[in-house]
Design a protein around this ligand. Structure first.
Ligand code: S3P
Length: 448
């Protein structure tokens, strides 16, 4: 588990053109949900293409502790025998969700309306992250929580014995909070209503509908109003997990900044609640095209072709699209360093409460590598130096954050001097094949 093992110092050295196909792993959000919703269905859910990263494996372990039977065939097919809505057993021990905010927050929601007592913990990053955003709404269902000061893990939750449905307006743009409330609503009688002002990733809504829940979304003046009927019998599914656009971001951005590159990243989901980065890159003049556009499992999918883009220009990134690219700002800031002019990113306060404070972590590392950054509580500006003028040469702290570590590895591919991170081990939480995949394209990544 990241943060529990030995740190892995890594460096990335200027490389020749990146060429070839990048087959990135399965979507992290959909992988967590496949295991969790499968565990709440009655019967056997079969999952292929699951992301076998540490975050998701921690969720699998947790679901076993709640009574689901989960097995993996040698060919990578996963089988989940669920216990049904309201059927979770009380785990014998503490649930350790490692580095994963999605894992812990969704599971907290899912158990909040079952009368069991569960203690959650995680690594140093997760134990520093705010959980009141979930414990506040689940208290409305009747669950009680006892955490550390500031609503931090470790935390014990006593699920409601007699839950009531709720109507809840999510106060920040967060798919994890929205999902936690919906999952709590599954085992409450009547209708639970969740309102979000800004659209966030909608995998929970789409997948619960696929599992047979009665769930509908209306777009009103209040925002997106999602209504879920409690106590359904969820029907097991066969799920093919699409490849993760948030992982695709790394080879795509690497190709855009590395001279001579031409990389194809096949089969990437372009769900509009996830694809914001790709449009932002195009607005900066990146040579990024969508090939073979099609629909799979009700979602738009395409092969992404990214080529070296020598004339990148800084841009104002539309704050309205922030939620659709929230995990991609770190690597976008690296591309911005190679653009001419300022890239302005506003409406991104949520970046401060991810696996690390991502504005702070990126700003510090970019400055150490010769790139100027201005920042405020909910905005930052990267002052692009233009292609060929990014100095590099420094070691950055990854703060137990996979996306920070991978972003600086991408920076080193095109900076004038190598870029290092103190610890690349968190990369295994979401992209365990990152080094091999990027090396296969021509990147020069080293463990120091
Ligand atoms: C996720 C939601 C987002 C995202 C995270 C995955 C999910 O978090 O950053 O990587 O799967 O629901 P927030 O809900 O905190 O925005």
């Amino acid at each position: 588990m990241s943060g529990h093992g030995t740190p892995i110092p890594m460096s990335s050295h200027k490389c020749g053109p990146l060429k070839g196909e990048a087959h990135v792993p399965g979507d992290k959000s959909i992988s967590h949900r496949s295991l969790l919703f499968g565990a709440m269905a009655v019967g056997e859910t079969v999952v292929t293409g699951l992301l076998e990263g540490e975050d998701v494996l921690d969720t699998a372990k947790a679901m076993r502790a709640f009574g689901a039977e989960i097995t993996r065939d040698e060919d990578g097919t996963w089988h989940v025998h669920g216990v049904g809505v309201g059927g979770f057993a009380e785990p014998d021990n503490v649930i350790d969700c490692g580095n994963s905010g999605t894992g812990v927050r969704l599971i907290m929601g899912a158990m909040a309306t079952t009368p069991i007592t569960v203690t959650f913990t995680g690594d140093a990053s997760l134990n520093g992250r705010p959980m009141a955003r979930v414990t506040d709404p689940i208290a409305l269902f009747g669950a009680q929580s006892y955490g550390r000061s500031g609503g931090r893990l470790p935390m014990t939750i006593v699920g409601a014995a007699d839950p009531v449905p709720v109507r809840y307006e999510v106060p920040m743009p967060s798919a994890q909070v929205k999902s936690a409330v919906l999952l709590a609503g599954l085992n409450a009688p009547g209708e639970t209503v969740v309102i979000e002002k800004e659209a966030t990733r909608d995998h929970t809504e789409r997948m619960l509908a696929g599992f047979g829940a009665d769930i509908r979304t209306e777009v009103t003046e209040e925002g997106r109003v999602i209504t879920l009927k409690g106590r359904p019998e969820l029907k097991p599914q066969t799920i093919v997990v699409p490849r993760d656009p948030s992982s695709a971001a790394f080879p795509v951005c690497a190709a855009i900044i590395t001279p001579g590159s031409d990389v194809l990243v096949p089969n990437i989901g372009l769900n509009p609640t996830r694809a914001g980065l790709f449009y932002a890159l195009q607005s900066m003049g990146a040579d990024l095209t969508f090939e073979n556009e099609r629909e799979e499992g009700g979602e738009p999918v395409a092969d992404l072709r990214a080529r070296f883009s020598p004339d990148l220009k800084g841009a104002e990134i539309d704050p309205e699209g922030a939620a659709s690219m929230i995990d991609e700002y770190p690597v976008l800031s690296v591309v911005a360093a190679f653009a001419e002019g300022d890239t302005v990113m506003r409406g991104v306060k949520e970046l401060r409460v991810k696996e690390s404070d991502r504005i702070d972590a990126m700003a510090k590392g970019l400055r150490l590598n010769g790139v100027e950054v201005d920042e405020g509580e909910d905005w930052w500006i990267v002052k692009g130096r233009g292609h060929g003028n990014v100095p590099g040469g420094a070691t950055c702290e990854s703060h137990l954050d996979h996306r920070i570590a991978m972003s600086f590895m991408v920076m080193g591919m095109a900076a004038n001097a190598p870029v290092s991170v103190d610890d690349g081990s968190p990369i295994a939480t979401s992209f365990p094949i990152f080094e091999d995949l990027m090396g296969g394209l021509g990147a020069d990544l080293r463990r120091d």
